[in-house]
Design a protein around this ligand. Sequence first.
Ligand SMILES: [Zn+2]
Length: 620
Amino acid sequence: MDKLASFPVAIPSETIEQIAAANDIVEVIGSYFSLKRAGANFKALCPFHQEKTPSFIVSPSRQTFHCFGCGAGGSVFRFVMEYEHVDFPSAARKLATRVGITTVEKRGAADEDRQYETRRKLLKLHAEAAQWFHENLIKREIGESARRYLKRRGITADIARHWQLGYAPDEWDAFGSWARAQSYDARELVVSGLVKTKDESDSPQNQTSNAKPQASYDRFRDRIMFPICNDVGEVIGFSGRLLKDEEGVAKYLNSPETPLFRKGNVLFGLHKSKRALIEANCAIVCEGQLDLISLFQAGIMNVVAPQGTAFTESQARILKRFVDEVILCFDSDAAGAKAAERSLDALLENDFIVRVVELPQGEDPDSLVRREGKEQFEKRVAKARDFFDYWIDQEIASTDLNSMGAKIQAARKLAGTVSRVHDPVLRGEVINKTSARLGVAPADFKSLLAKHSRASSSSVSSDSPETHVSPSPRHDIAILCLLALRDEPARNFLRAQKWREILDQVPDANILVRILESELQPDDAASLNAFMATLSPEEERLVSSWLMQKMPSATETVVEKWWEGISQGVVRRRLETAKNRIKLPGLSPGEVVNLQKQILDLQEQLHDFSRPIGGADTKS
Ligand SMILES: [Zn+2]
């Protein structure tokens, strides 16, 4: 749901229905992997969990999918969202483009309008800027030294094209004057972060032969440009590497925070590596863009690079959507070890399995994969050590275990990190390992841990962990949902009842309310898909499972029977409450009269239920 909220515009429901109607789900899913016919449906191995026999079913008549193994399921939109890891608007646009529908997106308030406009313009500017930098590198004379540099680093023209690498010339206003000529105004350029105003504090000393800086000047000068993309592949920022290393000047420079670019929310390379990540269920994390590109080009594709040196909480959360295991592949120097350690908190908070590849001194993934090749590198990855083994070694290497004071200090420090491990099994294992290495009793080490947990528990974020298993509502509600979704007369019957009033008093009936209040048409697959687009992923899973279930026979009797059971339960509960309240001391005569009336009325209602209902679980 956060995916929907992050996008300031909405696609009108008519368009969603139109897109659903034009995209046959069997064709769409069949374009990703092959489906086998199984009776009226199609079957495949589920792409969302590991399995040996297919339990992933696609229904051409309902235009939905459902996996009986892991419970994944929903509309054609949900499939694209989950398979491609994109948000709803992107999935809808993708499907629209597939069948040639133009999505006219309706906007909300004026403020949202403006935000949307800013975003749209910035995306356009970034796309064009990336192309301009790229052409400097590929075909202009100005890019000669950059081309030579990349060649030395083993980056071919093909690779440069594949990653749209570029070059920002060694001039104060080359980009700015090009962009103004494309009629971008000065303010937009400053907002994009590609141009800085003169009063911003980074006026470098290295004046080139060019004229004096203008009122504004290019942020990136004489740098190899790496476009940074969001996970659907749109350029949202840049990282620029200095061409000639110079003292006092940062080797890497990133775009500043802009309305498009939040450094801590982006993983470099994700738009290209996400399929490989899902397949491997493991991400190799390296520091630099060049490391990532070299690994990727060598055929090791499950790689990402955080922008900066350590993982942020939100990067970890993004990565968790794709993999359960992370292999840190940072430089072997002290900075690399620090980065590994600083990444750990965010990773542990998200229950990753974390391992570390120890690189030989003076090597980085880029140099190593070039020298040793893919297979050797993969062997190193396979041998990656559990983070805690690596880290206990690091800590203990600098501790004099004969000194009690040093030992206690090391134990305290280790306890701080161990206390962040959520998983009880892993935690127990780490406690045993650490205490054995330190030569302290596990119980003593645990007592240090308890202090830490108490100290940190107040600061732990209240984000509830994402739950993937959604409990089905109780049986009577589930049956009515199934009927209201799929059977026109049953749906009409329910909509003619006082359903809002009754369901308001029934726990977990929210999904039934959603089904009844929507305008879906049971026999129209497109309208079902459009309805599902309004649900949370958990609700959508439930709905997709109901759509695949066998229908009960004699739906009219069934719907009446279950509805009566539910309403009777509600009336009975109200009656009980009224009877209890009238016994309370201190009621005014008016209140007593009111309650008496209520009780009579409810008793009458109860009496009106024509047939006694058996079997329905309506106890409160
Ligand atoms: Zn599955």
